[in-house]
Design a protein around this ligand. Structure first.
Ligand code: NAD
Length: 338
């Protein structure tokens, strides 16, 4: 590090080209100096953060107990998450060792909600297949039949920032929107003409189920063999939230026996080390992911729902603010409302 005493040196783990571009722009004219690292934070790589007062992490960096203790021993004081989710951080240990944690609670809920809808439209209207066909001068329509969204029932699981926007977009299509959340907002539901129901009723009545709940012990594998069996025959399932909300093995079974009409995923149970990476020159070692992407009615994107110019600009802006003025922002503690 060749910085002056006034410089705030930050080790940025898992830095991709777009992180470098937007973080550099966001920190212009500030004392922050980014040190971009291509690899993820974990127990093996934590030594690379030695001497940095702050580290900047994304969703697949692993801040477990051992890593956090070593970070603190190495002089790190601040964990600046450049994402909303924090299931990859052991909050209890971070608190114990006195590490401040900040995150970007909302950068663009529109980006994620719009991607959920984009996935559904692409899968249903088979745009990805049509694109490839037409490029090969195959103008046949055989096998491209979809369905109208108008009049269909959509089940939104989790009506927070993203789920609400998704619900509103679906209302715009003329869909009936059912919702399930552990905390209902009757005022919003009334205004948006959304009906809160139990999870069971939502699964039984929805033509399309879209997941927008955070990953926590209660939502881990919320969609499993039992819940999949409750879903309508031929229903579509969309997940842009967290991969571990769905038990992949049960999902594959439901696809194999034709129970589900289509599945669109932006996140995957075992995405760490695979999503965000170019593995095009190797064999994919994950047999379940290989099976999943082989189904003609499954569409997978690589955790890109957040990836808009607006979201990246906001992520950079808030991360810089958190690093510079983190003491004034709400650093969260275990059990706090997030
Ligand atoms: P939010 O905190 O605003 O909303 C989450 C909602 O889920 C809340 O209303 C909460 O009450 C509800 N909830 C909590 N436990 C629940 C349960 N057991 N069952 C049903 N609902 C429950 O969060 P948000 O900003 O809307 O984000 C939702 C999720 O989207 C995040 O947790 C994150 O995992 C994911 N996300 C994905 C991407 C991406 O790029 N794919 C980007 C950002 C966020």
């Amino acid at each position: 590090m060749s910085s002056s005493a006034d410089t705030l040196d930050v080790a940025v783990f898992d830095a991709k080209p777009y992180d470098r571009e937007y973080l550099a722009a966001g920190a212009k004219d500030t004392p922050i100096e980014w040190h971009f690292l291509d690899f993820r934070l974990n127990t093996q790589s934590v030594a690379a953060a030695a001497g940095f007062r702050a580290v900047c992490l994304f969703v697949n960096d692993k801040a477990d107990a051992i890593t956090l203790r070593q970070l603190a021993d190495q002089g790190c004081q601040h964990l600046a998450l450049r994402c909303a989710g924090f299931n990859n951080v052991d909050l209890k240990v971070a608190h114990e060792v006195g590490l401040k944690i900040t995150r970007v609670p909302a950068y663009s809920p529109h980006a994620v909600a719009e991607h959920s809808v984009a996935l559904l439209l692409t899968l249903n209207r088979k745009i990805h297949k049509a694109f490839n066909r037409v490029r090969e001068h195959n103008f046949s329509l055989a096998g491209l039949v979809g369905f109208d969204l108008y009049g269909k029932s959509i089940g939104i699981v989790g009506t927070g920032k993203i789920g609400r926007i998704a619900a509103q977009i679906f209302r715009g299509f003329g869909c009936k929107v059912l919702a399930y959340d552990v905390r209902e907002d009757a005022g919003w539901a009334g205004q948006t003409q959304v009906e809160y129901v139990s999870l069971e009723e939502l699964l039984k009545k929805s033509d399309i189920v879209s997941l927008h709940a955070p990953l926590m012990p209660e939502t881990n594998r919320l969609i499993n063999a039992q819940s999949l069996a409750m879903m309508k025959e031929g229903a579509y399932l969309i997940n842009t939230s967290r991969g571990k909300l769905i038990e992949t093995r049960a999902l594959i079974e439901a696809l194999k026996n034709g129970r589900l009409g289509g599945v669109a995923l932006d996140v995957y149970e075992e995405e760490e080390g695979v999503f965000f990476e170019d593995l095009s020159d190797r064999l994919l070692e994950d047999d379940e992911l290989t099976r999943l992407i082989s189904f003609p009615n499954v569409l997978v994107t690589s955790h890109q729902a957040f990836l808009t110019r607006e979201a990246l600009t906001e992520i950079a802006r808030v991360t810089v603010q958190n690093l510079l003025f983190g003491a004034a922002s709400k650093s969260f503690l275990p059990g706090s409302e997030l």
